[in-house]
Design a protein around this ligand. Structure first.
Ligand SMILES: Cc1cc2nc3c(=O)[nH]c(=O)nc-3n(C[C@H](O)[C@H](O)[C@H](O)COP(=O)(O)OP(=O)(O)OC[C@H]3O[C@@H](n4cnc5c(N)ncnc54)[C@H](O)[C@@H]3O)c2cc1C
Length: 266
C-alpha cells in the first residue's frame, strides 16, 4: 500500500484534513494540481474565530471585522456589532493556505505539487489512483481517497456523489480608495445589486474587497460584472465608489449546502 489516505487538493480543507490524519499516525499522500499553494486566489479572506482557533494562524490576519452596516435598496441602513467581539478575521489567503499546508507537512503529510488525479478504480482492499505530473503517470494504492478538491471536485464527480444543493457565484474586485470604516464591513442589497443575496465591501488592511454574491438562478441574463457596475456606477450608493481604483478582480463558484451522500464503499 502506498498510503492509508490520498487527499486530492491542498487548499485549507485538504491541508487541515491532512494534518488531523497525520497527527494520528495515518500515512497521508496529498496531491495538488498547481505548483504553488494558495493560487489562484478566489476568496474574500473571511475566517471565523472558531475556524481560526483550530489552526492558530493569527499572524496571517490582515485586519479584524467586528460589525456590519447593512444597506437596504431604499438607502436606509442599520449597523450591528460590538467592537469588543470580533466576528471575522480577514486573512491573506495565500499565506493562510500555505501555513495550513505547512502544518500538514510538519505532521508528516507527503505533498506532491503539480500533480493531478486522472483515474481511481475501486478494488476490494484498496483504491488504485492514477496521478499525473510532469514526469508522467503512475498508479498509487491507497486505502481511502478523499476529495478536498474544491467547487469543481473531480473526486465528487467520479464517485458519483451528486451535486451540492446550490451553486452560487462570487465575484470580487480588490480596490483602494473606498471610504470604509475600520472593523466594519458594508453589505448592499437589492435586486439590481445582488439578486437573492448581497454585495459586500470588506476592509482588508490597505485595500477593500468589493464582492457580489448571487444565486445563478436569480441573475437572469445579467453577469456579475453588470451587477458590480450597477452598484459602483449607477446605484444610490455609487458616490462611495467614485474614488476607487481596481487592483485585481476574480470570480468563482461557491457550492452551498451539504451533499446527500459524502462517502462511498468505505
Ligand atoms: C469571490 C469569492 C469569495 C469567497 N470568500 C470566501 C471567504 O471570505 N471565506 C471563505 O471561507 N470562503 C470564501 N470563498 C470560498 C472559498 O474559495 C472556498 O470556500 C475555500 O477556498 C474552500 O477551500 P477548499 O480547501 O475546500 O477548496 P479550494 O481552496 O478550492 O482548494 C482546492 C484545491 O484542490 C486543487 N485541485 C482541484 N482539483 C484538483 C485535481 N483534480 N487534482 C489535484 N488538485 C486539485 C485546487 O488547485 C485547489 O488548490 C469565496 C469564494 C469566492 C469565489
Amino acid at each position: 500500500m502506498d498510503s492509508d489516505v490520498l487527499i486530492v487538493g491542498a487548499g485549507p480543507v485538504g491541508g487541515y484534513l491532512g494534518k488531523c490524519l497525520a497527527e494520528q499516525g495515518i500515512h497521508v499522500i496529498q496531491i495538488e494540481e498547481h505548483l504553488e499553494i494558495g493560487r489562484p486566489f478566489q476568496c474574500a479572506g473571511l475566517v471565523t474565530p472558531s475556524a481560526m482557533d483550530k489552526v492558530g494562524l493569527h499572524d496571517t490576519t490582515l485586519t479584524d471585522v467586528w460589525g456590519a452596516r447593512m444597506h437596504a435598496p431604499n438607502g436606509s441602513s442599520i449597523e450591528i456589532g460590538n467592537p469588543s467581539q470580533i466576528r471575522e478575521h480577514v486573512v491573506c489567503r495565500k499565506r493562510f493556505d500555505e501555513a495550513v499546508v505547512r502544518q500538514a507537512i510538519n505532521a508528516g503529510v507527503e505533498l506532491k505539487l503539480g500533480t493531478q488525479i486522472t483515474d481511481a478504480v475501486l478494488n476490494d482492499d484498496h483504491i488504485a489512483v492514477t496521478i499525473r505530473d510532469e514526469a508522467g503517470e503512475q498508479t498509487l494504492r491507497t486505502r481511502l481517497l478523499c476529495g478536498a478538491d474544491g467547487a469543481h471536485s473531480w473526486v465528487r464527480s467520479h464517485a458519483r456523489l451528486g451535486r451540492p444543493p446550490e451553486t452560487m457565484i462570487g465575484f470580487q474586485v480588490e480596490a483602494i480608495g473606498y471610504p470604509g470604516l475600520d472593523g466594519i464591513l458594508d453589505m448592499y442589497t437589492g435586486f439590481n445589486i445582488a439578486p437573492g443575496l448581497f454585495s459586500w465591501v470588506i476592509p482588508n488592511g490597505d485595500t477593500h474587497r468589493i464582492g457580489i454574491w448571487v444565486r445563478s438562478r436569480d441573475v437572469d441574463e445579467r453577469s456579475c460584472e453588470m451587477l458590480y457596475d450597477y452598484l459602483t456606477k449607477s446605484s444610490m450608493f455609487s458616490e462611495r465608489f467614485s474614488d476607487i481604483q481596481e487592483v485585481a478582480r476574480y470570480c468563482g463558484p461557491v457550492p452551498a449546502g451539504v451533499l446527500k451522500r459524502t462517502t462511498r464503499e468505505r
